[in-house]
Design a protein around this ligand. Structure first.
Ligand SMILES: Nc1ncnc2c1ncn2[C@@H]1O[C@H](COP(=O)(O)OP(=O)(O)OP(=O)(O)O)[C@@H](O)[C@H]1O
Ligand code: SF4
Ligand SMILES: [Mg+2]
Length: 334
C-alpha cells in the first residue's frame, strides 16, 4: 500500500517527551512499594497530522502502557505529553473530556470493551449522548457510523455476541469514531483476527484515515503488518524506543542490533522467493522490567562485535541522521 507523503513542516499533533510509567510493586501487610516495574522508561516521539506511527516490540516492552498513558487512562510517572499543543498532564476534568473526544483508543479485544447487554444501536447512541452530539438525529448518525465501517442498519438491534470477530472490531472502530476524533490509538486492533479478516479491517482503517484525515498510533507485534500501514516505525525494547525511522528505511536498512534481530525473523522473499537476511537468534530472554540492566538495556543480549564496557554502564544517547532515522546505539550501522 503506497502512502501519501506526510507534511512535517507544521506542528505535530502529538508530542511525547521522556514519558515514564513506573508501576509500584506492593508487598507486605502495609502494601509498601518494594520496587517498581519500569514499564515505560523515557519514550520520546512526535506524530504529525495524518500520519501513522507503528509502535512495535516484544510482549511486555511497554507498548500498551505508552498508549494508555498518552490518553491519561494511566497516570504517567514523569515526562510530558502534548496533544495539539496542550499539556495532557495538566488537563482538568473538562479538559480530559475534550481530549477523549479528540483522541480515542481501539483495543485488540473488541468484545471485552463492548457492553454485552447493550444493543449496538444503544451503545453507539450512548457515546453520542455523553458528548452531546447529533442531538436532533442520533439514530441517523448511528446508521451512518455503521455504514462507515461496513455494517448495515439491520445490525442496530443486535448484541455484540451476534457478530463475528471482524464485525466486532468494526463496531469497536465505529464506537471510537462516534465522537469524531482526530487521533486513534490502535492497540493490536487486528491481532485476534484471522489473516483474511485482518486485511479487511486494515483496509477499512486505511480508508478511514484517507477520508477523515485521522492520525494513528498503530501498536502491534506483527512486524510485516506494521510495515504496510505505517509512515514511520518505532521499535521498543524494555520501555524505551531503540530505533525510529521511516518505515521503508527501517525495513530495508535496520541499524540497531535489536531491530536487526527482530527483522531477521520476518520472512522477506526476494523476487525469486529466497530469503535475503541471515537469521539472528538472540541469546537469553528479555530481562524483567522490574530489574532492568544497567547501561544499554539490550547489552546482555546484544550480538554486536563492537559492544564494549560503555554499553554496560551508560544508556546510549539517541542520535539521528539527517533523514530523521533515530538510533540509540553508538555502534549502529549507518
Ligand atoms: N497495571 C500494571 N501493574 C503492574 N505492572 C504492569 C501493569 N500494566 C502493565 N504492567 C507491566 O508493564 C510491562 C509493560 O506492559 P505492556 O502491557 O505495556 O506491554 P505490551 O508491550 O503492550 O505487551 P503485549 O505485546 O503483551 O501487549 C509488562 O511487564 C507488564 O507486566
Ligand atoms: S549500545 Fe552496545 S549493547 Fe547497546 S545495542 Fe549498541 S552495541 Fe549493543
Ligand atoms: Mg499490549
Amino acid at each position: 500500500m503506497s502512502r501519501p507523503p506526510i507534511d512535517r513542516t507544521g506542528n505535530p499533533l502529538l508530542s511525547v517527551e521522556k514519558l515514564k510509567v513506573h508501576f509500584p510493586i506492593r508487598s507486605g501487610a502495609f502494601g509498601r512499594a518494594s520496587g517498581h516495574v519500569y514499564a515505560v522508561d523515557g519514550v520520546t516521539f512526535d506524530l504529525w497530522p495524518g500520519e501513522t506511527l507503528g509502535l512495535v516490540g516484544e510482549s511486555g516492552c511497554g507498548k500498551s502502557t505508552t498508549g494508555r498513558a498518552i490518553l491519561r487512562l494511566l497516570e504517567p510517572t514523569a515526562g510530558s505529553v502534548a496533544f495539539d499543543g496542550q499539556d495532557v498532564r495538566a488537563l482538568d476534568r473538562a479538559g480530559l473530556r475534550a481530549l477523549r473526544r479528540r483522541a480515542q483508543i481501539v483495543f485488540q479485544d473488541p468484545f471485552g470493551s463492548l457492553n454485552p447487554r447493550m444493543s449496538v444501536g444503544a451503545m453507539l447512541e450512548e457515546a453520542l449522548t455523553v458528548h452531546r452530539l447529533h442531538e436532533s438525529n442520533r439514530r441517523g448518525r448511528v446508521i451512518e457510523l455503521l455504514e462507515r465501517v461496513g455494517l448495515r442498519e439491520e445490525h442496530l438491534d443486535r448484541y455484540p455476541h451476534e457478530f463475528s470477530g471482524g464485525q466486532r472490531q468494526r463496531l469497536g472502530i465505529a464506537r471510537a469514531l462516534s465522537v469524531e476524533p482526530d487521533f486513534l490509538i490502535l492497540d493490536e486492533p487486528v491481532s485476534a483476527l484471522d489473516v483474511s479478516v485482518q486485511a479487511q479491517v486494515v483496509n477499512l482503517l486505511d480508508d478511514l484515515q484517507g477520508d477523515l484525515g485521522l492520525t494513528y498510533l498503530f501498536i502491534a507485534h506483527d512486524l510485516s503488518l506494521v510495515e504496510h500501514v505505517s509512515d514511520r516505525v518505532a521499535v521498543m525494547y524494555l520501555g524505551r524506543i531503540v530505533e525510529l525511522a521511516d518505515a521503508e528505511d527501517l525495513y530495508r536498512g535496520p541499524r540497531h542490533p535489536y531491530t536487526k534481530a527482530l527483522l531477521s525473523a520476518v520472512p522477506r522473499p526476494d523476487p525469486i522467493g529466497r530469503e535475503q537476511r541471515e537469521r539472528i537468534v538472540l541469546s537469553g530472554d528479555v530481562p524483567s522490567p522490574s530489574d532492568p540492566p544497567s547501561g544499554c538495556l539490550f547489552h546482555p543480549r546484544c550480538p554486536h562485535p563492537k559492544k564494549d564496557e560503555r554499553c554496560t554502564s551508560v544508556y546510549p544517547i539517541t542520535e539521528g541522521s539527517s533523514d530523521g532515522h533515530l538510533v540509540a546505539c553508538p555502534h549502529a550501522d549507518s
